[in-house]
Design a protein around this ligand. Structure first.
Ligand SMILES: [Zn+2]
Length: 146
């Protein structure tokens, strides 16, 4: 169960203000699990991609079928994806620099390790943010509709 798309968009704008990432335009797409699978072959809860035409446009894809029984989960997914947005320029820079590693096997191994540590860091930051700014700061339990 999660709020309407409009309510989530409203919350995203407030979270952007807190995280100081108002300069990014965020396009939220709420997808079913099947649509999510079509998108990148992975049943993940959320995904974030940048648009190469518009450098400050971010598309957050949100899987609405996962964890429907967990009230807070949608909120953690949104925070997690926004934490990716917050660190996107740093992350892209690391990948740009990786291109200087000529040994392809070594580069791929380092990228793999980088991804694992990056994902773990984002996960921890999202949990910390959620503890500081719980979902109840933005939405009352009775506003929660499907
Ligand atoms: Zn992630």
């Amino acid at each position: 169960m999660f709020p309407s798309k409009e309510k989530i968009e409203e919350i995203i704008m407030e979270l952007q203000r807190i995280m100081r990432i108002q300069d990014w335009n965020i396009d939220l797409k709420i997808l079913t699990e099947l649509e999510m699978l079509d998108y990148d072959g992975d049943k993940k809860t959320g995904a974030v991609t940048s648009d190469y035409e518009d450098r400050n446009l971010i598309i957050i894809r949100f899987n609405k079928d996962l964890e429907q029984n967990q009230y807070d989960n949608w909120y953690n997914v949104i925070i997690h994806e926004l934490k990716h947005v917050q660190s996107m320029k740093y992350y892209n820079r690391v990948y740009e620099n990786m291109k200087f590693i000529k040994d392809e096997e070594l580069r791929k191994e380092l990228e793999k390790q980088q991804d694992i540590f990056y994902e773990a860091l984002i996960d921890r930051q999202a949990r910390e943010f959620e503890a500081l700014y719980p979902v109840t700061n933005f939405i009352k339990e009775d506003e929660n509709v499907t």
